[in-house]
Design a protein around this ligand. Structure first.
Ligand code: BGC
Length: 416
């Protein structure tokens, strides 16, 4: 007779149990640069360790516009992925279509309400039910710099305001290097623009103009000054920036070809993936005039309704993994962001991340923690897209006057 030992039986049973529960999880994301890819692979590893199959659906394109287009066609054709990198008000729009899964069973069991800042949890919920899971907090209002370039050009330190910034930029230009590394895509123009508005006008003005879309603020002297400053920065970029990806732009700073880059802290993920050391090989500082303010950008995965039980199980395990301390640490160490889960230990994180974590808490208290409009956190995707286009047209066409740009931005802000 065929005999099996009790140990073998236990192993067999366990295997059967795992495979009965294991499913495939298809994840649509735009995490394709060096640092981004390193971070998303951590999620894949965790899911594979749980016995699930990871189906990677990466759509290249910084800022996620391409991914959003691909997602739309998948959902419209009735074949959504299990999870997609979607954030901010776009989560509400997808939920209103009735295509997102209700994650409350898991969220309640794991007490997500107590693990997340309330402002973040609210964005993840539709009509009080969790439909998305947050992975991180990115700060957008950063400037990155190459200390060697600054030294060569005779720049003493990171500029604290725009007067200092332009003095530094002139010196770098005079040294024959690119003062501002800038990539040529509308979302990159918009990223720089929102940091300039924050630096010139302060958090309250930013909030009125770029979150509330108040017409008076959009047509004010402060907006005029912001646009003038923004245009002035363009004079320090190189002629080859058109169409350039953000990570190739970061590489210019890394290679000592350029001094500064305005970019969110996913740029730090690039420096780290290339083995660069913060404080030594590269510097981070709040964008000029913004040390006491914080534009936040919370990446998250929206979970779509699935039919098969094993796929639902895999999706639930993905949600649990994302909220877990293991993932929140390792993902964010690679991504350049900080964990969104509260009370995480920060000892493995570098000083840029520690500054970000401290400023996130401090600015929340002073009311200068504001959502990034350029990164899908502040207004509807339709208004965001229209304002982004108006800002980019101004950046790319020196013939457009500041007054006309203000008009164009104001009418774009009314887009529904
Ligand atoms: C996302 C980041 C991403 C960056 C570049 C931002 O909108 O929040 O996660 O790294 O775009 O693609």
């Amino acid at each position: 007779m065929f005999k099996i030992s009790s140990l073998t039986a236990a192993v067999l049973l366990a295997t059967v149990a795992v495979s009965a529960r294991a499913g495939e999880v298809e994840v649509l994301h735009y995490l394709t640069s060096g640092g981004e890819a390193k971070s998303v692979v951590e999620l894949k590893k965790i899911m594979q360790a749980k016995g699930h199959t990871w189906k990677d659906f990466a759509v290249a394109g910084g800022g996620g516009d391409n991914a959003a287009t691909v997602l739309k066609s998948r959902v419209v054709s009735g074949n959504p992925p299990a999870a997609a990198q979607v954030k901010g008000p776009a989560i509400q729009e997808w939920a209103a279509e009735g295509v997102l899964a209700n994650l409350d069973k898991i969220a309640n069991a794991e007490k997500w309400d107590s693990l997340l800042p309330k402002a973040v949890a609210d964005v993840m919920k539709y009509k009080g039910n969790y439909v998305a899971v947050p992975v991180n907090v990115h700060r957008v209002n950063w400037v990155w710099a190459n200390p060697e370039v600054l030294k060569k050009a005779g720049v003493a330190g990171m500029p604290k305001n725009y007067d200092e910034f332009f003095v530094a930029a002139d010196k770098i230009k005079a040294a024959g290097l690119i003062a501002v590394a800038h990539g040529g895509q509308n979302w990159q123009d918009f990223t720089t623009f929102e940091s300039v508005v924050l630096g010139v006008g302060g958090a309250r003005f930013y909030n009125d103009a770029l979150v509330k879309l108040d017409a008076k603020s959009l047509n004010s002297d402060t907006m005029k000054k912001s646009l003038e400053t923004f245009r002035r920065i363009k004079g320090y970029t190189d002629a080859a920036s058109a169409g350039r990806d953000w990570n190739l732009t970061t590489a210019l700073v890394m290679q000592g070809k350029a001094g500064f880059q305005f970019m969110g802290d996913w740029a730090k993920g690039e420096f780290l993936a290339a083995g660069k050391v913060p404080g030594k090989d590269f510097l981070c500082a709040a964008a000029p005039g913004t040390a006491n303010a914080y534009t936040f950008n919370v990446d998250s995965f929206a979970m779509f309704k699935l039919k098969a039980a094993d796929a639902q199980k895999a999706q639930g395990d993905l949600a649990t993994a994302i909220m877990g301390t293991e993932f929140q640490e390792v993902f964010n160490l690679n991504k350049g962001s900080i964990p969104v889960r509260l009370n995480m230990k920060m000892d493995k994180f570098d000083d840029c991340a520690k500054t970000s974590a401290k400023d996130f808490v401090d600015t929340a208290k002073t009311g200068s923690l504001v959502p990034s409009i350029a990164h899908g956190m502040a207004v509807s995707p339709a208004a965001e897209g229209a304002i982004k286009d108006a800002v980019s047209q101004f950046w790319n066409n020196d013939k457009i006057s500041v007054a006309d740009a203000m008009k164009a931005i104001t009418s774009a802000a009314a887009t529904k």
